[in-house]
Design a protein around this ligand. Structure first.
Ligand SMILES: C[S@@+](CC[C@H](N)C(=O)[O-])C[C@H]1O[C@@H](n2cnc3c(N)ncnc32)[C@H](O)[C@@H]1O
Length: 239
């Protein structure tokens, strides 16, 4: 659920820190945006991993020369014995609870043997629980995910991830918070997730009540944006 508006600034922060030569790169939780960015850096070799089969066709189109692997970080055989100059984890830690519950606490130890030089992380601070309309949008999204019987993402603060990095034997080099300025794209993106969950509700009356609520909330939220709300974080670490 990355707010697209921030991405250029986040990736530019890594570009400026890293310099021109990227060597071999692993996109440890790949998607259109991170893979497109990494390909634009002309790395010597580019590998991407995703747990989601629906992403595969699009990813092959975005970066035909990249090696894109459908796999699970819980599988010890995934990329066994391979090392990369740079490993990127772009909005991966927050998404792991949806794919491999509780594995986020082991993820940094799991990728450590694959990092020859740098690990670059992007994440979202947990959403502010401030009763604002954007807070409401995110709570309705999560309620719909849960009523559909699916699992939500779980985001972690930068300071928690910095502590995990130290525990996993990484040395943090630099980090930064980027406040998010959110608009209609964010509101529609989050509420569209909620709408896509409605067919999975077991109770049709609850689904139609939720649908009406989403319509009302969407109008209210769209009238209140843009707003600065929440923040992304970036961390650069040495392996
Ligand atoms: C929120 S998406 C990341 C978005 C991506 N970087 C982009 O450019 O949009 C999270 C990615 O991490 C992957 N992922 C999450 N948990 C995983 C796991 N346990 N094993 C492998 N991949 C995982 C997801 O399948 C997805 O590709």
């Amino acid at each position: 659920m990355s707010p697209l508006v921030r991405e250029d600034a986040l990736f530019s922060w890594f570009d400026a820190l890293h310099g021109p030569t990227w060597g071999s790169v692993l996109d440890a939780g790949t998607g259109d945006h991170s893979l497109r960015w990494l390909q634009s850096l002309s790395p010597r070799a580019l590998t991407g991993v995703t747990a989601e089969s629906w992403r595969m066709d699009g990813l092959r189109q975005v970066a035909p020369a990249a090696r894109v692997i459908l796999g699970q970080w819980t599988d010890p055989a995934l990329l066994a014995g391979e090392r990369f100059d740079v490993v990127v984890a772009d909005y991966v830690i927050g998404s792991i609870d949806g794919h491999a519950p509780y594995f986020q606490y082991e993820f940094l130890e799991r990728v450590r043997p694959h990092v020859a030089d740098r690990l670059y992380l992007v994440g979202l601070e947990p959403q502010p629980r401030d009763g604002s309309v954007l807070d409401e949008v995110c709570r309705v999204r999560d309620a719909a995910i849960l009523l559909a019987g699916h699992r939500c993402y779980r985001e972690y603060p930068r300071d928690v991830v910095l502590a995990w990095l130290a525990r996993a034997g990484f040395k943090a080099i630099d980090s930064k918070l980027f406040p998010n300025r959110l608009g209609a794209r964010f509101v529609n993106g989050q509420l569209d997730v909620a709408v896509r969950k409605l067919p999975y509700f077991s109770d049709r009356a609850v689904a139609s009540g939720m649908e009406a609520h989403i319509v009302e909330l969407r109008a209210r939220a769209l009238a209140s944006v843009p707003q600065v709300w929440g923040a992304d974080w970036v961390i650069a670490a040495q392996g």
